[in-house]
Structure formats: structure tokens, C-alpha cells
Design a protein around this ligand. Sequence first.
Ligand code: ZN
Ligand code: ZN
Length: 353
Amino acid sequence: MTRIERLAALLEEPLLVAGPPYVLGGQANVRYLTGLQSSNAAVLVEPDATATLFADFRYAARGREVPGVTFVETARNLVPEIGELLAGKRVGFEEAHLPYAGYRALADAGAEPVPTSGLVESLRAVKDEPEIEIMRRASALSDEVFGVLAAERFSGRTEQELVWWIERSFREAGAEGVSFPAIVAAGETATSPHAVPGDQPIEEGVLVVVDAGCVLDGYCSDCTRTFAVGEISERLSEIYALCLEAQLAGLEAVQPGVHGKDADAAARTLIDHAGLGEAFGHGLGHGVGIQIHEAPSLRIESTDVLESGNVVSVEPGIYLPGEGGVRIEDLVLVSEGGCERLTKFSKELITVS
Ligand code: ZN
Ligand code: ZN
């Protein structure tokens, strides 16, 4: 079955798939269904699996080449035109993606918009073979960059300098871009999970959290390693060992049929038992694909159940203000009886100069 056919099987009425123009990731569902990379396109999928792709002049040539859909060129503001075709009909829209102005345009044209949630996302969560193959390559490229990074000097250079080194290395290794701005967080900076890299030289004796990923053929990779700069205290080594133990427990727990919240708990329990539960304030992981954060999620509030074909991160962290921070993250493919690591770079604590 094609992706459009799989979506159609979930529908009772036509669904308009339309992300907001120019918003990062807003067009991910359109790209998933049609392969068209655009900042302004929409797909109308009918329950009988016929589909119409709408885009303005800038994307018309590529839009006409998309197999299995009827292409319609529209004005720049595409939703009002689509609304006119739907006058008097019920039409599903994606409540997380269609802006209020788009909703109004459908209603003003006489259509009856009905909210839907997470339909395309639920398909995207289960990767097919071609997607898995791309994500293997994106992760291998990430391993390569971490490998070269481990031989770089950290002390005396700034976090921002190393961010640029990483981002440039990804591009030079063949990536089409980075999946998010790389994080290099040393010492105190690393005590915040989404740290902002600074311009102070990195000192010896600290841990440095490096979280980075690339985009290859439209798919993201995501990997975190924590490095020691020169000699570190025994306490920091212990925190690293605890985080690694939790990460391995998380990997062990990730398999088809397991609830996202239970996978989270498998790692969290170890950190809790060491009395550092408060220092692990985020979830264990998230789905990754066309977007860096997508379904399913592995955290306390998650209602998701893992299935074969999910690609998720497993990334416990321990953040101790005044001491330092550790996070270790792998990207894994959920598969029969367990999971397969896509990021394979070493998780031994590596000392850099
Ligand atoms: Zn990450
Ligand atoms: Zn992540």
C-alpha cells in the first residue's frame, strides 16, 4: 500500500493535509505523503485514496511530477481556493498544523472543517524499509563525525567554535544540513539540558555534552555523547557511569509492545535509586524521522506503545548545577524482540585534550 492508501484507510471524510507555510517542519506531512519538498503545499486525501496536491507556481513543475496524485496549481494563498472546491462538504483538517486563518478560509468558503489529530503522524511513526535505510546512513554519518570530534582538542576552544566545527563536518561528510543547531555544553553550561553554547574557552576537568545530528535525504539523525576534558573528579566519573547504566537499561526496555512510559521508567528508576531523580527532568526519548521530534514519545506522561519500525532516541541525562551534566543518547530502531542501535559510536567515557 502507498502512504496515501494507508492514510485513506483511516478516513471517513476527505482530509486536508496542510502545514503552515514557512514554519519549520510544518510541511513534513505533505512531504511524507507526496515526496514534494515545499514551503507551501497541501494534499487533499479522499477516503477512496484519490489525492489532489495543491501548490503555487514555485512548486508547480515538481508538483506535476508527483506520481499518484492530481496536481492543481493555486495562488500563493492556497487554502481559500481549496475551500471553494469543498463548499458544502465536511473536510478534515489537522488541528496541530492548519493556522486559524486557514480554518477561517475553509469555513468562509462554505466547507465544514472537522478537526483531526495525529493521523499522518501515526503513519510516520512506523518507518518503512527505504526510510530505515536512510536513517541508518544518517546515523553512520553521525558516528563518523563523532569519531573525528573525539580526536579534536576541546580545552581552550569555545563551545560555539566546536558547534561550528561539528556543523561544518556534517556538511563536508555529505549531509544536507543539521537536524537542529548542535549543542556543545561544557562544565556549568551542561547542567541545562537544552544548553546554549557560549563563547568562553572550555577548561580542563569538566564534562562536555555534545548533542548533534544531521539531515540526510530528508531524515534526521540524533546522537549525544559526553566527553571528559583532561582529568575529571571521581564524582563526575560516577555520574557518567550512572547515566550510562540508565541508558543501557533504557535500551534493554525498548521493544515492540512496551509503553513509552515504561521504557522511561526502566532508565529513570536507576537514577532515582541513586538519589538523583530530580536531576533527570526530561523524558527518556522521542521519535525521530523527517522531524527531529515526532511520535512516539518515551516519557512519564506518554500514552504511546512502541511498535516495530519506530525509530526513537534513548537519552537519559543527569544535570547537577555546580557540578556538571551528562547525557548519553542513541538512536534506535524498534524491531522484533528488542531494538537495534543506529548510532554506534563508543559510549566509554572518552577523555579529550
Ligand atoms: Zn539529541
Ligand atoms: Zn534527542
